[in-house]
Write a protein that binds this ligand. Structure first.
Ligand code: GDP
Ligand code: MG
Length: 611
């Protein structure tokens, strides 16, 4: 081993050598900056130390750790600050040319319309789909449409055809749209004539309108004694759906899924609407479409139902589907038959994927395997980077930046409230808010807790969700977290309007923001003679703290807000209780607590808004 003195000498020598060389000329690098990048990765690419990058970010007012994701604009500033050259790469670079050329008019031929059926639960969506499926004339030779592949094509006597998508719900419809797929040409809104407009009917209208897809109303269950189709027609007016003869031009058809009455009229209406839309596609190019459904099946591997939108898919084709790719091993149609190819507006099951894509992903046949790999690898990387960046920044701040830069013209909002009165007040005030450049677009407003559907809707339009005295259910909360959708909770109408107004006019003042601490579920309610009602709780998430503020939630709705009088564990007054533990809680001046209620615990802090 070398002696300590020898090592010291060697170091001195090295120092002297460096000093003699003088300051080294800095090497200027070309730094590739994607849409999102972590501090660490950016430092690596510049060959700089990450602490220096963090310091430089601090000078710009951004507090970051090495794992902190930066958006491309911030990253670019840093790169120039360090004297390097920036090379921005975006989706375009890898995906250029992927979609192929646009088609000349004379290559286009008429294609079948693609229809999604929506409506309130039990109004007869499934029954109607089944009844329409039964009208397929091809069924005689092939035994009817038997295969469940999430979509099927009904051939009519006239030779025309209609493709129906069997999406499991409004969320699925909008989730597909959020992934960039524009698949549905027409929405058939089913309303039961004996039940009228119901909450999910209104929701369906919101989803269809947000997608800018024409609606045809099927007034179902017309066979029933208490059917009142005229009431349906009148009530629809309140939701800005004006049927023919009611001051509008929306087609409305009375049907019975049970007796089959009016089904031919409904099909006629769909074909009429599709004529107006002039739906055409080129069948002779490389296939392009959307994933309707995809799953991993034992013995078959990943299987996807593809709705072909352009071109013709053939066995042996190499394709990209979202972040996955494959080679078509077999094609199976909605009758369960193996086919060699499928053209526009045809749903077909595709075997031969290397992974399972998601509903709504795009489908694209490409030249070769190398191209397929290049695109999917890029997309996988982009998703990883984007989810990280999305988590780091709230939607409102993002929107605000976009508005300021003139990129956005609208602030899309979903509003959920505890009562109709506050819904009307909030949507009314929001509708009036606008500046010269931007306005608020209300995607959906309804009474009730925040659901996955609301998150999907907000995501599809890059909007945010306002919860007024209501909360998101756990699934919705997870989805929002995953997709970086901001949910803002309010309990004062003025605050809602103020925040949105501030965002629109480009003035995000420091604000009081709530910090969620935890939730406790009430397991049992005790009557204690001196203390009044005490809730026996279990902390199901986070923690609860004495002195913090609390809200009582029943069915996702806030029914009381106040402070805690006591927080106990085994008769002992304690400062805080963590997740998984039981405790006793009582509210200051409030007694109406019930088993099953949720106690939300939060603190209020002032934060400066960062942009
Ligand atoms: P979905 O929840 O919208 O899919 O509704 P379903 O198709 O499951 O139908 C709900 C209920 O309504 C079932 O019991 C059906 O038999 C019944 N139903 C559906 N369409 C009709 C109809 O046209 N007439 C009558 N009388 N009942 C119907
Ligand atoms: Mg159903």
């Amino acid at each position: 081993m070398r002696s300590l003195a020898a090592m010291k000498r060697a170091r001195e020598k090295e120092k002297a050598r460096l000093a003699a060389q003088g300051p080294q000329a800095k090497q200027v690098r070309e730094v590739v900056v994607p849409e999102a990048i972590t501090v660490q990765e950016l430092a690596n690419r510049m060959a700089e130390r990450s602490v220096d990058v963090i310091k430089s970010l601090m000078k710009m007012g951004v507090m970051a750790t090495i794992n902190h994701p930066l958006d491309a604009d911030t990253a670019e500033l840093i790169v120039t600050e360090f004297g390097h050259k920036v090379k921005r790469v975006s989706e375009a670079d890898v995906e250029i040319g992927l979609a192929g050329d646009s088609d000349a008019d004379d290559q286009l031929v008429a294609r079948a319309p693609v229809v999604t059926i929506m409506g309130h639960v039990d109004h007869g969506k499934t029954s109607l789909l089944d009844a329409l499926r039964a009208t397929d004339v091809a069924k005689h030779e092939a035994g009817g449409i038997t295969q469940h592949i999430g979509a099927y094509k009904v051939s009519l006597k006239s030779g025309a055809a209609i493709t129906f998508l069997d999406t499991p719900g409004h969320e699925a419809f909008t989730a597909m749209r959020a992934r960039g797929a524009k698949v549905t040409d027409i929405v058939v809104l089913v309303v039961a004539a004996d039940d009228g407009i119901q909450p999910q009917t209104v929701e369906a209208i919101a989803h269809a309108k947000a997608a800018q897809v024409p609606i045809i109303v099927a007034i179902n269950k017309i066979d029933k004694g208490d059917a009142n189709p005229d009431r349906v027609r009148t009530d629809l007016l309140q939701h800005e759906v004006a049927l023919e003869g009611y001051g509008g031009d929306v087609l409305g058809v009375e049907v019975s899924a049970k007796t089959g009455k009016g089904l031919d009229k409904l099909e006629e209406a769909i074909l009429l609407q599709s004529e107006i839309l002039d739906l055409r596609a080129n069948p002779t190019r490389a296939a392009q479409g959307a994933i309707v459904e995809a799953k991993l099946e034992r013995g078959r591997g990943s299987v996807a139902t593809v709705l072909v939108q352009k071109g013709t898919i053939k066995v042996g084709d190499i394709f990209v589907a979202g972040e996955e790719w494959g080679r078509v091993r077999a094609l199976i149609d909605d009758h369960g038959r193996q086919v060699d190819s499928a053209g526009p507006s045809t749903p077909v099951e595709v075997l031969g994927l290397t992974g399972t894509p998601q509903a709504g992903d795009d489908f694209q046949v490409v030249e070769n395997e190398a191209r397929a790999r290049e695109v999917t690898e890029f997309r996988q990387r982009r998703t990883r980077e984007q989810t990280a960046a999305a988590r780091a920044r709230g939607t409102l701040e993002q929107m605000f930046t976009k508005i300021r830069e003139g990129e956005a013209k609208e602030l899309a909002v979903v509003v959920k409230t505890d009562v109709q009165g506050s819904l009307e007040a909030i949507s009314g005030s929001l509708a009036k808010l606008k500046t010269d450049e931007v306005a608020v677009r209300l995607l959906h407003g309804a009474v009730g807790g925040i659901t996955e559907g609301d998150v999907a809707l907000a995501k599809a339009s890059q909007g945010l969700i306002v919860g007024f005295n209501v909360r998101a259910n756990p699934q919705a909360r997870d989805l929002a977290k995953r997709d970086g959708i901001e949910i803002r909770y309010y309990s004062i109408i003025y605050d809602v309007i103020d925040d949105i107004k501030a965002a629109l006019s480009g003035l995000l003042a420091p604000s009081l923001r709530e910090k969620f601490l935890g939730n406790a579920e009430i397991r049992q309610v005790f009557d204690v003679s001196k203390a009044g009602k005490v809730a026996g709780c279990r902390v199901v998430e986070g923690m609860v703290k004495r002195g913090a503020k609390v809200r009582l939630l029943r069915d996702q709705t806030v029914i009381h807000e106040g402070t805690l009088k006591t927080l106990r564990r085994f008769k002992e007054e304690v400062r805080e209780v963590q997740e998984g533990y039981e405790c006793g809680m009582a509210f200051e001046n409030y007694q109406d607590i019930r088993e099953g209620d949720l106690i939300e615990c939060f603190e209020v802090e002032e934060v400066a808004r960062t942009i």
